[in-house]
Ligand binder design. Sequence first.
Ligand code: DGJ
Length: 729
Amino acid sequence: MSIVFDEKNQNFNLSTKDTSYIIHLAASQFLQHVYWGKRVNGFTLNYLLRYFNENKCDSDGIRDELGLDVLPQEYPSYGIGDLRSPAYQVCLENGSTVTDARYKGHSISLGKEALEGLPSSYVEDISEAQTLEIELKDDLCGLKILLSYTVFENFNVIVRSVKFINKGNENLKLLRALSANVDFDDYDFDMLQLSGAWGREFDMTKRPLVRGSQSVESRRGASSAQQNPFVALMRKNADEDTGDVYGFSFVYSGNFLANVEVEQFGSARVQMGINPFDFGWLLKPQETFQCPETIMVYSDAGLGNMSRIYHKFYRQRLCRGTFRDKERPILINNWEGTYFDFTETKLKDIASEASKVGIELFVLDDGWFGHRDNDRSSLGDWQVDLKKLPNGLDNLAKSINQMGLKFGLWFEPEMVSPDSDLYRAHPDWCLHIPGRDRTLRRHQLVLDFSREDVCEAITKMIIDTLSTVPIAYVKWDMNRNMSEVGSALLEPERQRETAHRYMLGLYKVLDTITSSFPDILFESCASGGGRFDAGMLYYMPQTWTSDDTDAIERLKIQYGASLVYPVITMSSHVSAVPNHQVSRITSLTTRANTAMSGNLGFELDLTKMTDNDKEKVKEHIKYYKQIRKIVQFGDLYRLKNPSHGNEAAWMFISQDKTEAIVNYFKILSKCNYKLSVLKLKGLDANKRYKIDGTTEIYGGDELMYAGLIIPELKGDFQSCSWRLKEIDG
Ligand code: DGJ
């Protein structure tokens, strides 16, 4: 049993294969957080409880019970003695924002329910997980809070979420409704976050915890490229391979907050949830509010192990659908090849070249609809531009199919251009505030997906195209953040619900469209990785990692993204040189090795390539087809962090450890430098591996403990890829 209520000690013991999480039900009926870490069996907690309650001095210097202000809590209220950051806050009709919710009961059940209207992890069989639901209640106002903890024993994952129910007779207003709260006893940690910007996503940023609050958040209406909804607390001695690491990943794609507050006695309170900034939710009697879930992972073997736990869990119990377990197609996307400037003939020429080198899918990006010759018009008018494609989309798709390629199409369904028939017909369909200017970004406005009519109309438009054209793949783009967040249909006291209602509307649209077309592969995108989060992965199992396609910049971006997100969720393309974002020139091999470290694609005009280069591309594609199963479904081991020096390296290992792919990158060339030795990881020490294409054979132990010698690589931006295969004897 992974969840046990120990009546005698009044403890909830939650155990995964390697971890324990323990909650004590105090006599006062508050939930006290006791322990989270390496698995312990038969824990006697009394000594810990004494320590928590008695080792801090009150203002008169007496070691006495200080009450809630020092109690490590599971879900702290506001206003009844705990002066740290509360997990929730509710405004009553009398204007008071104080609540006192205490334990009323609990249930333990097999499996896990889906969260209504929200993305959530799931079980395939109820025996995989157990769920503890603890009921808290504020008797004065009737607020009921259900804390949910699902323990995925074999995945080493604990999933938390919270549901609010108004059981009283008066209206309540949620001002703050976080999904998880964990009180650590000390702050001897570094906080790791994935920060960045457009084109520079997933920059691993580490800082020591200090007294006071430190947070990452988004107020942009999307999870954002600036801060990803993830934080990890790392013990000071923890690194890639060793030490205690606690990961928190939020299954949500909108505004979020991840906050760590270090208080007077040095405890660290970690909280994660919908950002309370500009949030409010009116809860009428009997209404409920469901918070998104937080996926919590503890690793006693550093970040690498934490990442592999997230990867496996997200690959197998968050991503869904036909493509979850399928090798992903190698695609060519015309965006950087042509931008808006294409004709039907041009597209067919690119597709024809693509078919000759072994590419499997052709993706038509932005510019195929309305009269979109640049980014100033037509979003919302999802009808083909017959000037560019006189024979229609259907015809183009069929011709491409005849070349042996599948056909994919780009949409940006959440947006509208002021220069569009849609906007002219429905100027109130975008987010806006009456009487205020509507701020344009990339010349576009955000459609109000908090409105059902808008969601229905857009769903219909997209479904019409998907039902009439043989489309095998959709790129779902989103290229600006929110401003003037307000909805024409919501009453004044609900205006602060707009941003979250938008997400609920979007999730519903995504659910309808993706479940209506189970054989279409959906890829999400938000100017690259501007909404690369666990929420989107529930609907679309892969993401365009970044608009920066430079092979060297991508090393850091993909390395950072891999901290949480599985390799199979990361799209990565070979693009032309000089690179369009940074003007760097790199070899085709290095561009391929970077792109082959994710879901391989191409984003260039193949008709402009020399025959020699096309031959190389053919070779790369042949190689990728042989290794992609291992890259996409194998275990990732990061070997060298490009942020820490002149090299990057990682490897992918098949589940049975019989095969591995090692990719190594040397960034700048140096004179008279010492050759590198790359110590591999994760191999079977007792197996012998042959390096493909050579006669070299090494023991797994040799490769891991002594290492692989990197040959001299002359010139900047060099790389190598090795394939290791187990050999008998
Ligand atoms: C932003 C995306 O990230 C690009 O790949 C491309 O699809 C453009 N939008 C098209 O407008």
